[in-house]
Design a protein around this ligand. Structure first.
Ligand code: SF4
Length: 439
């Protein structure tokens, strides 16, 4: 086996997928070779996520299993832990799992080739977890190309310190990439046939503060790139989503009419405890404004149920907010404390079964609302960017509308990556079904 073959196991969000591609770029340009199967690799890297306790538990289990395998096989396997858990548990990981060879936090990926070379040649343990949260981030054209879909980080880190969130503690403070650099990267993607590009950042609405620009200006700039492509972005913070952004969404033909605006709770008491810096009233105003300015806007959200001190009345306010906004979709999470955050100092006093029940109720409510929203598309002709074959039925294809509705229809695989028109004749809460009309 080539001594410098590596495989990356990835957990967590789109940002982690993007970072895994960045790591691939950094290692490949230093003579390391990526492989598709874990079994073919001499180096296994875990790109980890600390946002939820359940994900961390799974990752710890995988590290235990791999450590055991390394001891049994005695094959010189190198194990590296990268990303948020590497930063979060830097001091304890190696003590708990002595078979780990390297630990590398989100600010240290550029050090990976050296760390790995040292581990391979001298069997030496290495760590890179910069304490300087403003450390410059390497940019090596890390386009995470997935066929015709691409993800591009426009910024890293977060300055918000929501009380439940570990991200600012492990990923560091906000740092935006220069607009020209993002422009060049996206132009490169479009020139290579990418049609669906998602701009990534923990809070894209505060993009550019230190560069004396803003996210809306970035969208106007990227909209000047010639070509047939769509732009989306994740994630927006309600306190920073302003009118200028909505005008950019309405005026830029490449920017999709889709807004993910996490509300987290409908109760002002809980929002304050979460340090979200907006009220439910302000949030509703923002949504109303966005809907007035952006035609056909679809909106999604995240909610946390069972936050410390959440009463039945607080939870009812969250249900009320969901009904009021009529989201197209929502992610619902049960609160779990993350060590090192402010909320972890509050008593986790909502019983597990109450969290589960609130989770169930909110998901059921969202499902009913989504289904009702989707019924308004019955009989309409929609333009779909075809993404892939349907997993349930390979005779069918699925794709998304410009406002991020998932559509399934019968069609030939040669349509993947193309835009087609589909007439909608059936809907569920998650999906619109129809027939292609421009064969
Ligand atoms: S905005 Fe809040 S929830 Fe989002 S990454 Fe920053 S601290 Fe975490």
């Amino acid at each position: 086996m080539h001594k410098k073959t590596f495989f990356i196991k990835v957990w967590g969000c789109q940002m982690n997928l993007y970072d895994a591609d960045l790591i691939r770029d950094i290692l490949a340009s230093s003579g390391f070779m990526p492989v598709d199967n874990e079994e073919d690799a001499n180096i296994i890297l875990f790109q980890t996520c600390s946002v939820r306790e359940s994900a961390e538990r799974k990752i710890f289990n995988h590290i235990s299993l791999l450590s055991r395998r390394k001891r049994q096989l005695k094959n010189g396997l190198i194990i590296g832990i990268c990303g948020c858990m590497a930063q979060n548990y830097a001091s304890s990981l190696n003590k708990k799992y002595p078979d780990i060879d390297i630990i590398c936090g989100p600010n240290g990926y550029i050090d990976l080739p050296n760390l790995l070379e040292t581990a391979l040649s001298r069997g030496k343990f290495g760590v890179s977890t910069s304490e300087d949260k403003r450390v410059a981030y390497p940019v090596l054209n890390p386009s995470a190309i997935k066929g015709f879909q691409g993800y591009v980080a426009v910024m890293r880190g977060c300055d918000n310190f929501c009380s439940y969130c570990i991200v600012p503690h492990v990923r560091g403070r906000e740092k935006s990439r220069p607009p020209e650099e993002i422009y060049t990267e996206i132009k490169g993607l479009v020139d290579n046939g990418v049609k669906d590009i998602t701009l990534l950042g923990q809070n894209v609405n505060s993009y550019g503060k230190e560069l004396k620009t803003d996210f809306a200006s970035l969208l106007y700039l990227l909209n000047t790139i010639k070509g047939d492509f769509r732009l989306r972005f994740l994630t927006s913070h309600p306190k920073d989503a302003e009118e200028k952004l909505f005008h950019a969404m309405a005026e830029c033909d490449k920017v999709c009419s889709y807004l993910h605006l996490p509300m987290q709770s409908g109760s002002n008491v809980i929002l304050e405890k979460m340090n979200r810096k907006y009220t439910r009233e302000k949030y509703f105003e923002t949504i109303d404004l966005a809907r007035r300015i952006v035609p056909d806007l679809t909106v999604s959200s995240d909610f946390i149920v069972g936050f410390p001190g959440e009463t039945n009345d607080d939870f009812e306010k969250t249900c009320d907010a969901m009904r009021r906004v009529c989201y197209d979709s929502s992610f619902v999470f049960k609160y779990s404390p993350r060590e090192g955050t402010d909320a972890a100092r509050l008593p986790d006093d909502v019983p597990k079964e109450v969290k589960e029940e609130r989770n169930r109720v909110l998901l059921a409510l969202q499902e009913a609302i989504s289904h009702d929203n989707n019924k308004t598309y019955l009989g309409k002709n929609l333009r779909i960017l075809v993404e892939d074959k349907s997993k349930r039925n390979p005779e069918r294809l699925f794709g998304r509308t410009e406002n991020f509705k998932r559509v399934v229809f019968a069609g030939d695989a040669s349509l993947i990556g193309r835009i087609v028109e589909v007439k909608i004749n059936r809907v569920t809460a998650l999906t619109l079904f129809g027939e292609q009309i421009n064969v």
